[in-house]
Design a protein. Structure first.
Length: 570
C-alpha cells in the first residue's frame, strides 16, 4: 500500500505549486546543501552537474571526509567525495582514490555506484578500488563536509539533478527550483517532499526556468481574494484513499502542536453521529478559473458528544491523528533492541506493524551503541519516539495522514517559507500578541576550575547599558556559577575566560512567543516564517511555527503561534 502511494506521488516528477523548477542552480564557493544522507559504502550518488570553473590552485569538493582518530596506523581518513585539484578530477572512497580524468566545465553525469565498486562518467564504466567504510557524516552538495573545519571546502558548480540511493532504495531526488513566496533558491526532494535551501552564506544563482511546451498551470495566489469551501471524506483504512464524502459536517477546527506527542487533533461538529472512522478534511479554493483541493488533516474520530436544543441535534466529535494508534498498546515487558541494531529500520518496521496509516521509510546508518530496553510503561509511541531521537529524528505527519520521520533541524539553518507583511496584500490580521520572560537570565558568570594545581576563577559581567539584562538596567546582580566547565585537556587562563564569556552570551538569550492570526497559507508546524509587522514593532523577525489552529469556516482563519530568540548581550 505504502509503495503504491509513494509511486503515485513521485510518478509525475513534479514540484508543488509554490515552487518554480529551474534548469540548474549554481554556487559561488559560499553555498552548500546538507542532504541528510550518511556517506558510507551503502550510498550511491548520481549527480548531473558541471563545474563553473577549473582551477589549478584551490580544492573543489563535493561529498564528505572524516578524520578517524581510532586508527593507530596508516590512513586515518574515511572519504566519500570528488575532488578537483590541479585541473584533474579524483573520486575518493574510504582510503583509496581513483583518477576520473581531466576537469572541465562541460555538463556530465557522474554515477558513483560505490556499493558495487563502480563509477560512471556519462555511462563510461570504471572500477573503484574500495572496501566497506563509514564517514559518519552527511553527504554535502556544492561542498565537502568534514568534522574538521580546515577540511571543509566549498565549490563553484552547477547542479541539474541529483539522485541518491541507500541500500538500493531511492532516498533523494533533488530538483533545482526556487520558492515563489520569497524567491529562496534551493533543491526540492520529491521523494520526501522537502525543500533544501542554502546552509552556507550568500545565495545560489538561478538557472533558466523550465518552460514546458504545455501551457503553464496557474496556481492560487493566497494573498488575493477567493472563494473557499470545505469537503470531508471518510478514509478507507486499508487503501488510505478517500472512500465517500460526508455531507453532514457543520464545522471543524484543526489544532496542530509539535509539543503534543500525537501532533494534531480536530473537533468536528456534525448533524448525525458517525462511528469510529478516519476523516480527511479538504479546503477547496477557487480563484478566477483556478480550483485547488488542498488536504488539511486526516484524523480518527473517537469521542462523540451531543447537544439537542429542541429542534436540532448537534454532535461534536474529537478526532486524533494516526499516531494515536501507537499509543493504544504497550510494548512487551522487557522488549529490547540490541546493540548495533539499525535505528531507523527498526523504527520504520515497528511503526508500520502497529498502525494502519502509511509510513514513509527513512534510511539512516545510525546504529545503537548499547541495548535499548523499553520502560515498563512505554507505549509504542513512547518507545519509537525515544528510539528515533537516537538518530536525531522525530515523528511528523503530512496532511494526508502519512507518518513521517523528520530530521531534527537547527533553527539557524532554516530559511523562511513565507513572509508576513503589513502591506496592502497582507493576509495578516491586526491582532498580535507577544510575550517573553527574562526571569533567571544572569548578568554575571563565574567559572571556577583548577589550573596547575591552583584554583582559578573567571568572572564575566554584563555591564552593557544597551542590554536590558545588564547589572545597571536590572539594578541587581544575578550570578550563574560553574564549577565543572566542559574544557578539554589542560586549559589556559585565556581559554577559561573565553569559556566564561561565551557562556554568559549563550545564557543572555530570551525566547519570545508571538501569536498571530491570518488567512490560510500552506504552512506547516515546524516551518520558519519571517515577520515584518511594523505596527507591532516586529521587523525582519525570523520565527518558527510551534502550533496552529485552523478554523474550517468563513475566511479559513488560522491562529499561529511561533517562537524566536533574541540575544540580550553580545
Amino acid at each position: 500500500m505504502l509503495q503504491e502511494l509513494k509511486e503515485e506521488s513521485n510518478m509525475a516528477n513534479s514540484l508543488p505549486s509554490m515552487y518554480i523548477e529551474l534548469e540548474y542552480i549554481e554556487s559561488s564557493r559560499t553555498q552548500y546543501i546538507d542532504t541528510g544522507v550518511n556517506a558510507d559504502s551503502n550510498l550511491q550518488v548520481v549527480l548531473d552537474m558541471a563545474y563553473s570553473s577549473v582551477t589549478n590552485n584551490n580544492y573543489t569538493n563535493i561529498g564528505a571526509i572524516k578524520y578517524d582518530d581510532t586508527v593507530t596506523t596508516g590512513d586515518k581518513y574515511r572519504r566519500y567525495h570528488m575532488l578537483q585539484q590541479g585541473g584533474n578530477l579524483r573520486q575518493y572512497t574510504n582510503t583509496s582514490s581513483t583518477n576520473i580524468g581531466q576537469a572541465d566545465t562541460n555538463r556530465h553525469i557522474f554515477n558513483f555506484d560505490v556499493p558495487n565498486n563502480k563509477y560512471y562518467v556519462d555511462q563510461e564504466e570504471t572500477t573503484l578500488v574500495t572496501s566497506a567504510f563509514d564517514t559518519h557524516l552527511n553527504y554535502w552538495l556544492f561542498g565537502r563536509n568534514s568534522d574538521r573545519t580546515n577540511l571543509r571546502y566549498l565549490s563553484s558548480m552547477k547542479i541539474y539533478n541529483c539522485k541518491m540511493y541507500y541500500n538500493n532504495e531511492l532516498v533523494r531526488n533533488f530538483i533545482p527550483c526556487y520558492r515563489k513566496s520569497d524567491n529562496e533558491i534551493g533543491l526540492y526532494d520529491i521523494v520526501n517532499g522537502l525543500f533544501y535551501s542554502n546552509q552556507g552564506s550568500g545565495t545560489f544563482i538561478k538557472g533558466p526556468e523550465i518552460v514546458e511546451n504545455i501551457p503553464k498551470i496557474k496556481t492560487i495566489d493566497w494573498t488575493k481574494s477567493m472563494k473557499q469551501r470545505f469537503e470531508y471524506y471518510e478514509v478507507d483504512p486499508n487503501t488510505w484513499k478517500d472512500k465517500k464524502m460526508i455531507d453532514s459536517v457543520i464545522s471543524a477546527t484543526i489544532d496542530k502542536d509539535r509539543e503534543s506527542a500525537t501532533i494534531e487533533t480536530a473537533n468536528i461538529e456534525v448533524i448525525n453521529t458517525l462511528g469510529e472512522c478516519y476523516i480527511r478534511i479538504y479546503l477547496i479554493a477557487t480563484q478566477d478559473d483556478i480550483t485547488e483541493k488542498i488536504p488539511l488533516a486526516t484524523c480518527l474520530v473517537q469521542t462523540p458528544s451531543s447537544d439537542f436544543d429542541g429542534k436540532v441535534k448537534n454532535v461534536s466529535m474529537t478526532a486524533y491523528s494516526p499516531l494515536t494508534e501507537l499509543k493504544e498498546n504497550p510494548v512487551p515487558l522487557g522488549f529490547t533492541l540490541l546493540k548495533n541494531d539499525n535505528v531507523m529500520e527498526n523504527a520504520y518496521q515497528m511503526t508500520k506493524d502497529h498502525c494502519r496509516a502509511p509510513v514513509v521509510k527513512t534510511s539512516h546508518n545510525k546504529t545503537l551503541t548499547e541495548n535499548f530496553v523499553a520502560n515498563t510503561e512505554d507505549t509504542y509511541l513512547d518507545y519509537v519516539s525515544d528510539l528515533i531521537s537516537q538518530a536525531k529524528f522525530e515523528f511528523d505527519l503530512d496532511e494526508l495522514g502519512q507518518i513521517l520521520f523528520s530530521p531534527i533541524q537547527n533553527f539557524e539553518t532554516l530559511q523562511p517559507v513565507f513572509t508576513f507583511n503589513d502591506d496592502d496584500n497582507s493576509i495578516l490580521l491586526p491582532e498580535v500578541s507577544l510575550k517573553h520572560d527574562i526571569y533567571g537570565i544572569p548578568n554575571v558568570v563565574e567559572v571556577i576550575t583548577t589550573i596547575d594545581n591552583e584554583i582559578y576563577t573567571s568572572v564575566v559581567k554584563n555591564e552593557d547599558p544597551n542590554s536590558p539584562t545588564s547589572i545597571q538596567n536590572r539594578g541587581r546582580v544575578i550570578t550563574h556559577r560553574v564549577t565543572n566547565p566542559e574544557l578539554y585537556g589542560i586549559p589556559t587562563k585565556a581559554q577559561v575566560d573565553e569559556y566564561a564569556t561565551q557562556l554568559l552570551s549563550s545564557l543572555s538569550s530570551v525566547e519570545y512567543t508571538v501569536n498571530i492570526s491570518h488567512g490560510y497559507y500552506p504552512l506547516r508546524v515546524g516551518d520558519c516564517i519571517r515577520l515584518n509587522y511594523k505596527k507591532a514593532e516586529l521587523n525582519n523577525i525570523k520565527a518558527r511555527i510551534i502550533s496552529q489552529s485552523i478554523k474550517c469556516g468563513t475566511g479559513c482563519t488560522v491562529s499561529t503561534t511561533a517562537t524566536f530568540t533574541k540575544k540580550l548581550w553580545k
